[in-house]
Design a protein around this ligand. Structure first.
Ligand SMILES: *Cc1c(COP(=O)(O)O)cnc(C)c1O
Length: 440
């Protein structure tokens, strides 16, 4: 059994997270329950930043918060001096509510609404990552109407396919995101913006994929983007100062995954950017990165209670838990694999293979196809590891299940970060119907 971050197995054979007995957490807060190891988040944030500090290079590490967005995690990110990526008015609102420093907020998205853009101007956030020509037109209009400045990065697709699952690839040319770097779109976007009265082009952005395990694709992207910025300086005499290379650093969901240390990706990026810059006579730009999954993914564990069990003779044994695709859509959406343990039997020998099923009315609602576990019984607490990214943030009320609570554990203390939904919450948007049938 692989333990993540601060996890241990205590004297009773219970899994602990952040110095807290996970079985006690399940008892106190109920299940399903997301538990975040906040020390692990802090350590990762520090590892990324320390690598830039050591290299003496300008940087921003922005938490790509679509992975897990809540007021409390934004406050931890702020304590750790991170910047913040938001992708909607809702995430931006959450950041403002959390008191996150506005000048360190970056706004992403391929179809930002006029209201969302206006909000970005009203709050005077750090920068908008511009995705397309429609957005450029809107930004020009808005900034002129409001007479307010805005920093922008131009998002480009460099035509690099990173090692990843097709559904979550965004770096290739056939992508809904960004200006194509190779066919002239990026040049046109630059020409349309760099002399604008209110828009300040900081530089280029790309995000080449997710769950990436090697550095080659990042190095290729860095080369192409620095070359482009150097080219613009030569041609237009305008110097971009920021290169944002996105996120996508892989984590270990199961023993099949062998990620590098976060620092390794950053070291390679820095090396490449410095080398290409020096070779092309370009001042080394600031490097910005946007880790999401690698900050919160393995920091999060979901605790479930085992309920019913079913054996299909000679085929498999099912154990069913009190959540499922409503709190973790990734297995059903793209076959994502997870590892697990029985939190109250963490020291026991792994003698059984179970399929872990959710409780949703959907045959595809299986969390783990083959989980190697001790003999399970109803009432056991099942811990599914690495659910911290794209778990709660993709949760739904499918089957009108209430979304779980989220607890942060750190230094032997624990605190509710998002309360569990109630049945009242489930109907809070519903209205009675008042129009009478016409045939009466
Ligand atoms: C989703 C996303 C990220 C974060 O990706 P991870 O795989 O979670 O690290 C970073 N930048 C952009 C633009 C994204 O869309």
């Amino acid at each position: 059994m692989h333990l993540y971050g601060t996890q241990t197995i205590d004297g009773q054979g219970h899994l602990t997270i952040g110095g807290v007995d996970s079985v006690d957490l399940a008892k106190q807060y109920g299940t399903p329950l997301f538990v975040y190891d906040i020390q692990l988040f802090r350590d990762r944030a520090w590892a990324f930043q320390q690598t830039f500090e050591d290299a003496g290079i300008g940087y921003q590490v922005a938490y790509a918060s679509k992975a897990f967005s809540s007021i409390a995690i934004y406050q931890v990110a702020s304590q750790e001096n991170l910047s913040l990526d938001v992708v909607s008015g809702g995430e931006l609102y959450t950041a403002i509510k959390a008191g996150f420093p506005k000048e360190k907020i970056h706004f992403h998205g391929n179809n930002k609404s006029l209201d969302e853009l206006r909000m970005a101007f009203d709050e005077q956030i750090g920068c908008i990552v511009v995705d397309n020509f429609h957005e450029i037109a809107q930004l020009k209009l808005l900034s002129e109407q409001l007479a307010k400045p805005m920093n922008i990065l131009l998002r480009v697709t460099p035509g690099i396919e990173a090692h990843t699952h097709d559904y979550i690839t965004t770096g290739q040319e056939d992508s809904k995101f960004g200006f194509d770097l190779n066919n002239g779109q990026a040049d046109l976007a630059f020409k349309e913006t760099y002399q604008h009265e209110y828009l300040a082009v900081l530089g280029l952005h790309c995000h080449i994929g997710s769950q990436i395990f090697d550095t080659a694709a990042f190095r290729m992207a860095a080369e192409k983007l620095v070359a482009k910025m150097a080219g613009w300086q030569e041609e237009f005499g305008y110097r971009c100062t920021v290169l944002n290379l996105g996120g996508g650093f892989g984590i270990r969901y199961t023993e099949e995954d062998q990620p590098l240390e976060p620092a390794e990706y950053v070291k390679e990026m820095i090396g490449t950017v410095k080398e290409v810059s020096v070779n092309s006579g370009f001042t080394v730009p600031e490097i910005w990165i946007e880790p999401g999954r690698s900050l919160v993914g393995d920091a999060g564990t979901t605790l479930y209670t085992v309920g019913s069990m079913k054996e299909v003779p000679n085929v498999r044994k099912y154990i069913a838990v009190d959540g499922g695709m409503s709190d973790n859509i990734r297995p059903a959406l793209y076959g994502a694999a997870y590892s697990s343990a029985i939190a109250n039997k963490a020291g026991h020998a792994l003698t059984e293979t179970y399929t872990v099923a959710g409780k949703c009315c959907e045959s595809g609602d299986k969390l783990i196809e083959r989980a190697e576990l001790p003999q399970a019984e109803s009432g056991d607490i099942l811990a599914v590891f690495c659910t911290g990214a794209y778990g709660y943030s993709m949760a739904s009320n499918y089957n009108r299940l209430a979304r779980p609570a989220v607890v942060f554990a750190e230094n032997g203390e624990h605190q509710l970060a998002v309360r569990r939904e109630t049945h009242e919450d489930i109907v809070r948007l519903d209205l009675d119907y008042g129009i009478k049938a016409g045939h009466e």
